[in-house]
Design a protein around this ligand. Structure first.
Ligand code: 3PG
Ligand code: MG
Length: 380
């Protein structure tokens, strides 16, 4: 993978940087600017080397052309504050690029051809600059015009964020400090089966949490009551159980139950995992969370993806909080996949206590699964 060093002298050049500014919004208010801050080292380094910047990003999944709900204007304003210099929003590819040191093109997904990796659109992007840098790790699993096709049009390289993400995530697979502990949670087995397979052949211990426990329990013959239990996940869970060595795969041994998925529902502790009718498992139990925390404390490397329960509901947040705190305190190297586990860390105020929090959800999972990422492949 080519990096910024490979671009040579960029002083006075226009550098097109694909960033992932797909941030969560509440109306026009950015609720988490982590992805914008994560791009700053690359942007500052390029500015420091005398380059002018044209930034490309998507936001959300707009359908059929421009839609003000998905405008990057709030992002341009936040970036301007963080960079401390003017950021000019370029509203359309049809107009002349503004004469400014930092230009942000409006949402690339407003343009026909972006998501089908259109070469003609990539050439129109390429006309905006002299070289191309991809720092959008969160979008590296997409073969889109601004992440893939454009890399074939200009001298191109990875930015610092993309470089660090790829190095860190491949590093924990290829040469981890042992024991390597993977914590895998979330709702569905089928979303995580590739990751489970990758860790079955590499991890010393895999700790399972979240509603994806229930297909495992069902495969073992337990009752799941009204718990969310992905039917298509039962067979893959059975296969994972068969393939796991001895104590390699751990499931919860107790649960916290609710009557329904709500913060004000009736709750109870279950010592065991057979859930009665009329109840649903919404968090791992206290004993399970404590034993997972002990495994994490003894790990050389920890990879965590997916919450242990419905942490967005306070009565069911304890399992995820205990695991998050254990990851924060772990002496080993700690890496957290993006998406919900990053959101949980943010909620508990622990983001800064982890060695690496990935800015990619889908991208980090696909990298762990060993799938080639089109945005990365195009840079080598
Ligand atoms: C993400 O948030 O996962 C990335 O920005 C990619 O977005 P997408 O799933 O809409 O392609
Ligand atoms: Mg540590």
């Amino acid at each position: 993978m080519r990096t910024l060093e490979d671009l040579g002298d960029i002083s006075g050049k226009r550098v097109i940087v694909r960033v992932d500014f797909n941030v969560p919004l509440d109306g026009a208010t950015i609720t988490d600017d982590a992805r914008i801050r994560a791009a700053l080292p690359t942007l500052q380094e390029l500015r420091g080397a005398g380059a002018r910047l044209v930034l490309l990003s998507h936001l959300g999944r707009p359908k059929g052309g421009p839609d003000p709900k998905f405008s990057l204007r709030p992002v341009a304003e936040r970036l301007q504050d963080l960079l401390g210099e003017p950021v000019v929003l370029m509203e359309s590819l049809d107009s002349e690029p503004p004469d400014a040191d930092v230009v942000l093109l409006e949402n690339v997904r407003f343009l026909e051809g972006e998501t089908n990796n259109d070469a003609e659109l990539a050439r129109r992007y390429a006309a905006l600059g002299d070289v191309y840098v991809n720092d959008a790790f969160g979008s590296a699993h997409r073969a889109h015009a601004s992440t893939e096709a454009i890399a074939h049009e200009l001298p191109s390289a990875a930015g610092r964020l993309l470089e660090r993400e790829v190095r860190t995530l491949t590093g924990i697979l290829e040469d981890p400090q042992r024991p390597l502990v993977a914590i895998v949670g979330g709702a569905k087995v089928t979303d995580k089966i590739g990751v489970l397979d990758a860790f079955l052949s590499r991890a010393d211990t895999i700790l399972i949490g979240g509603a994806m426990c229930f297909p495992f329990f069902k495969a073992q013959g337990h009752e799941v009551g009204a718990s969310l239990c992905e039917q298509e996940g039962i067979e893959p869970a059975r296969r994972v159980l068969e393939q796991a060595d001895g104590n390699q795969l751990r499931l919860p041994t107790d649960l916290r139950l609710g009557r329904e998925f709500a913060a004000d529902t009736e709750t109870k502790e279950l010592h065991g995992v057979d859930v009665d009718d009329g109840w649903m498992g919404l968090d791992v139990g206290v004993a399970s969370a404590r034993s997972y925390a002990e495994v994490v404390a003894g790990a050389g490397t920890v990879f965590w993806n997916g919450p242990m329960g419905a942490f967005e509901l306070e009565p069911f947040a304890a399992g995820t909080r205990t695991v998050a705190e254990a990851v924060a305190e772990a002496p080993g190297t700690t890496v957290v996949g993006g998406g919900d586990s990053a959101a949980a860390l943010a909620k508990f105020g622990l983001v800064d206590r982890v060695d690496h929090v990935s800015t990619g959800g889908g991208a980090s999972l696909e990298l762990i699964e060993g799938k080639p990422l089109p945005g990365v492949e195009a840079l080598s």
